[in-house]
Ligand binder design. Structure first.
Ligand code: BG6
Length: 366
């Protein structure tokens, strides 16, 4: 059932090109002009009534929500709050009829997320679930559902569920942008073309994993690893750090790159690996300054950058390139080397990759 792979996690990492394709199937207009969500069928009026979006989720799905905030705010221009499900419920959230509450959950069974969904409903919000499991408790409770169609995910550490959650929220943002008129039609088309290219690009990325494997073997015995990035790269850094912690038990921290100097820069000492994501062009120069800050403290820097970026090599010790893509699509590709890094680090350390200690695939207690 592992299809020749040693673990479910690596099988699921390799299933991403297919999973991403399935998520988009039937949802992109043939002429690339817009996203079609037959399951939503919202009108301009419905959308005009959404004054705020709140996204709640746990774990990896929460990290997908952070990326979702960038997508929905920047493309559809709707204010978004993202909250951990177990926090949302107990903070008397300012949620009402003009709020769209989105919950994200691979399993559709996470108790904290289900409770947050019920709370949002009680407060009168319109609710939408993004989930992978048809007929799950969360799918049944929400007013509307977008299925991610990633196929079953068995490994506790979520991989293909995350990438398909990102695709789903991005498509939702484009769908809303079209109805609200917040993006020029050419920009929507450009992003849809970019989406169509992703399965092939993810496949390309997975064809040469040797460099990542080597880094994992080289640095897999370090006890601390830092992940830094700005903007969408920061959101991906959070997920990369969680993956590494979850399965390899290496202590990792994700920091917004500009925030290091306000906090933990003192912990960056000689030889500490720093994974620096630099895929976002609008903050690229600022990111290079942050890389210089950690290099000045003799960190070992692995840069994650877009193909064609030769500049980065001057600043880092090693580089992993992802295929060139739009800034909004970069997270979907950039997370893949981080998943692989976590996987090979866990294998190097002899950890039980698919069933890490103290974690369950879906947590149905609060
Ligand atoms: C945790 C799992 O308990 O639940 C994580 O260990 C997962 O891997 C999180 O991301 C949320 O799960 P779900 O099914 O709601 O996406």
């Amino acid at each position: 059932e592992k299809g020749g792979y040693e673990h479910f996690m690596i099988k699921e990492i390799y299933e991403q090109p297919k999973a991403i394709r399935e998520t988009m199937t039937g949802r992109l207009a043939k002429d690339d002009s817009r996203v079609v969500f037959d399951e939503l069928k919202w009108t301009k009026e419905d959308v005009a009534n959404i004054k705020k979006i709140v996204i709640t989720a746990c774990g990896t799905a929460f990290h997908a929500g952070i990326v979702g905030k960038y997508y929905l705010e920047q493309l559809a221009r709707i204010p978004v709050e993202v909250d951990i499900a177990s926090e949302f419920r107990y903070r008397s959230p300012l949620t009402d009829e003009q709020t769209l509450a989105i919950v994200i959950s691979q399993s559709g069974e996470t108790s904290d997320t289900l409770a947050a969904l019920k709370e949002a409903k009680r407060l009168g919000a319109r609710t939408l679930a993004i989930t992978n499991v048809v007929g799950s408790s969360i799918a049944r409770e929400a007013d509307q559902v977008i299925y991610t169609w990633a196929g079953p995910e068995i490994a506790v550490a979520s991989t293909k569920a995350y990438t398909t959650q990102l695709i789903s929220v991005l498509m939702l943002a484009l769908y809303l942008a079209d109805l609200k008129g917040t993006l020029p039609p050419e920009r929507i088309q450009e992003l849809i073309k970019g989406l169509r290219a992703l399965p092939g690009q993810a496949h390309e990325l997975l064809e040469d994993v040797e460099p990542v494997k080597t880094f994992a073997q080289q640095y897999g015995f370090n006890e601390d690893v830092f992940f830094i990035g700005r903007s969408l790269d920061y959101a991906v850094a959070l997920e990369g750090s969680l993956k590494l912690k979850e399965i390899s038990y290496i202590h990792a921290e994700a920091y917004a790159a500009g925030e290091l100097k306000h906090g933990t820069l003192a912990l960056i000492i000689e030889g500490v690996p720093v994974i620096a994501l630099a895929t976002q062009h609008d903050v690229y120069e600022k990111m290079l300054s942050n890389i210089k800050e950690v290099k000045a403290r003799d960190a070992v820097v692995i840069g994650i950058a877009m193909k064609g970026d030769e500049e980065i090599k001057k600043y880092v010790d090693h580089t992993i390139f992802i295929p060139a893509t739009d800034k909004y699509l970069a997270p979907i590709l950039a997370v893949i080397p981080l998943q692989l890094l976590a996987y090979y680090a866990a294998v190097t350390r002899g950890a039980d990759v698919d069933k890490p200690r103290n974690l369950a695939k879906s947590v149905t207690v609060e």
